[in-house]
Design a protein around this ligand. Structure first.
Ligand code: NAP
Length: 320
């Protein structure tokens, strides 16, 4: 394993021994931004590692400390973990065009080295559900699992949450469902959109992440999290249209590969073309909760149904 050698530039972090000192990596992403909002109400000191400080704007009552760094550059992580108790790994490289698996491996390895060097107490990682019993894991899901393995190999205790589709305004999967349903009066439904997932509201994801900071775990723990229902993308589109009173024709078709579908997605919703393709490839894998650990470790969290989660997401959009 490589070790950290020389220093990079950052402000000193005043560790508060009364508080939980938290590092968020992936703070500018969908999950990261939501987490910063929720952490504002908790007693903790927050530091965010970001590549571009401008992407973390907002009027927060307790602005987090910002450190500039890139997971692909080990040197730049040197000061990020100093004084930290718990570090959240919420980064992923869906937007990397070539060899994103390699980028994700390097990113996780550098994070693991830096976390171990400072002997932090816990890593919390939000990864992905998915099993390969029906078909091999997509490169995206495989890479998410490998990141978990790399983090666990660091020797720092890791709490890995695994989730399927996250429902909330701004979540990529939800926004794709919204864009397609709002635009297309007729939608072709290939077989793979019938594959079961277990969507979860972003509000429930936040509860798990927050309680994950203090909950008692063994050295390493993988906790699968999901909402009350198992829904396919087809069911989700139908539910979205029901709640929005949209009359849409969903026509089952025998063949339309994920690859062709992603080309079509790029035409209909160009903004999701590059990242949507990796997500679509993952839909062919069942992503449902199989273990009961979530209820054992977090008995007070009662996840929402799809209908409640969808309503909350639509309400948020309307409020905005
Ligand atoms: N959203 C969902 O529906 C969903 C569902 C299940 C699981 N998850 C998991 O939740 C986690 C977070 O997902 P998300 O949807 O919030 O992702 P996201 O919105 O795409 O954000 C990804 C984050 O990673 C950061 N990042 C990427 N490469 C980096 C690098 N080299 N150095 C530093 N930061 C880097 C990005 O920073 P920049 O702003 O600089 O690009 C961004 O903050 C992922 O592990 C994902 O698998 C998400």
């Amino acid at each position: 394993m490589k070790t950290l050698t020389s220093s990079n530039v950052s402000e000193p972090f005043k560790k508060d021994y009364e508080l939980n000192n938290i590092l968020i990596v992936g703070a500018t992403g969908y999950i990261g931004k939501n987490l910063i909002d929720r952490l504002q109400k908790k007693k903790c000191a927050i530091r965010c590692l970001v590549r571009n400080a401008n992407s973390l704007k907002g009027n927060l009552p307790n602005p987090p400390q910002i450190i500039r760094g890139d997971l692909l550059d080990l040197e730049s992580l040197k000061n990020a973990f100093k004084g930290i108790d718990t570090a959240f790994y919420l980064a992923h490289s869906l937007d990397v065009k070539n060899d994103f698996e390699k980028s994700e491996k390097i990113a996780a390895t550098n994070f693991a080295i830096a976390a171990k060097t400072e002997n932090i107490k816990r890593i919390i990682y939000l990864g992905a559900l998915g099993n390969s019993t029906d078909c091999p894991l997509s490169p995206h899901l495989k890479s998410r699992k490998e990141v978990g393995v790399i983090l666990r190999d660091s020797g720092v205790p890791v709490l890995e949450f695994q989730a399927s589709i996250v429902l909330g305004s701004g979540s990529l999967s939800f926004e794709m469902i919204r864009a397609l349903s709002e635009r297309l009066p007729v939608m072709l439904m290939p077989k793979w959109v019938m594959v079961k997932a277990q969507p979860i509201s972003v509000h429930d994801v936040m509860e798990f992440l927050l309680q994950g900071i203090d909950c008692k775990i063994n050295q390493n723990e993988i906790v699968e999290i999901g909402g009350q229902d198992q829904f396919s993308y087809r069911d989700l589109i139908a539910e979205y249209c029901r709640q929005r009173n949209l009359k849409r024709l969903l026509i089952p078709v025998p063949v339309l590969t994920p690859w062709l579908s992603s080309l079509w997605l790029g035409l209909v919703t160009p903004v999701y073309a590059s990242v949507g393709r990796k997500l679509i490839e993952s839909i062919k894998n069942t992503t449902v909760v199989e273990s009961e650990k979530a209820a054992q470790f977090f008995p007070s969290i009662k996840p929402m149904s799809v209908s409640q989660a969808m309503k909350a997401a639509i309400d948020e959009i309307e409020e905005d």
